[in-house]
Write a protein that binds this ligand. Structure first.
Ligand SMILES: [Mg+2]
Length: 226
């Protein structure tokens, strides 16, 4: 039987070069709506997701009575700011990432899932702007769950249901230390993308899909060339 591998991917800083734009729009939206500043060091938050950061900020400033309204309003302003920023500056995929996704669709032993700490709407907006076609790919986000590990576990669950198969390996590609921590809590494998996280399995970018498969001990990329 063919060994099935589930590749789960983060969006910001992993597939899309969006960290700077995303942080700026997100912080500005929170400031515009609440007057509160978001510390730059996202690693200090319990749940490093859009929803998790806002939740913690609301809790720590005793704004719980306005929570639902604040959430809705911050999300609306964030989406608006992001759309304007994308229209003005465009958004790039990380090197090789679009081709990597397209190529992995062709590898019989690999299935794909997106698992992002952003909201679904804005994450899809960023992926589309950067040139990704993610039609038919399992998707989970902080619109589904507050913590990174829940978002990842949900992606794995949906992949099992939607693709109708068991996965021997679940491998998450991410650029943040919080990505690595979440994979450890779930016992998933982790591939660090870029140089922000220390990890033994690391790639600088996605320009060489076969090398990435090789690094993971997945040989099947050869098949289409044979
Ligand atoms: Mg990221």
């Amino acid at each position: 039987m063919c060994v099935k591998n589930l590749f789960m991917l983060d969006v910001d800083g992993t597939l899309v070069d969006s960290c700077q734009m995303d942080h700026a729009c997100f912080s500005q939206a929170i400031y515009d709506v609440t007057g509160l500043s978001v510390p730059d060091d996202w690693g200090s938050y319990t749940n490093v997701t859009d929803a998790g950061i806002i939740e913690e900020l609301i809790d720590s400033h005793d704004l719980n009575s306005e929570k639902i309204v604040l959430f809705r309003e911050i999300k609306r302003v964030f989406k608006q700011k992001l759309a304007v920023a994308i229209a003005n500056h465009g958004l790039s995929a990380m090197p090789g990432a679009v081709a990597f996704i397209n190529e992995m669709r062709q590898v019989p032993s690999v299935e794909l899932a997106i698992a992002t700490g952003g909201w679904e709407e804005t994450a899809r907006m960023k992926l589309k702007a950067a040139g990704f076609n993610i039609d038919g790919i399992v998707f989970s986000s902080c619109s589904d769950a507050m913590s990174r590990s829940e978002v990842m576990a949900l992606a794995a669950f949906r992949a099992k249901q939607d693709y109708g198969m068991q996965f021997q390996r679940r491998i998450y590609f991410g650029d943040g230390v919080w990505d690595k921590q979440a994979t450890q809590s779930l016992n998933y494998e982790f591939v660090a993308v870029g140089d922000k996280v220390e990890h033994d399995v690391r790639v600088n970018n996605f320009v060489n899909p076969r090398a990435i498969l090789g690094k993971l001990g997945i040989e099947e990329a050869q098949r289409k060339y044979a």
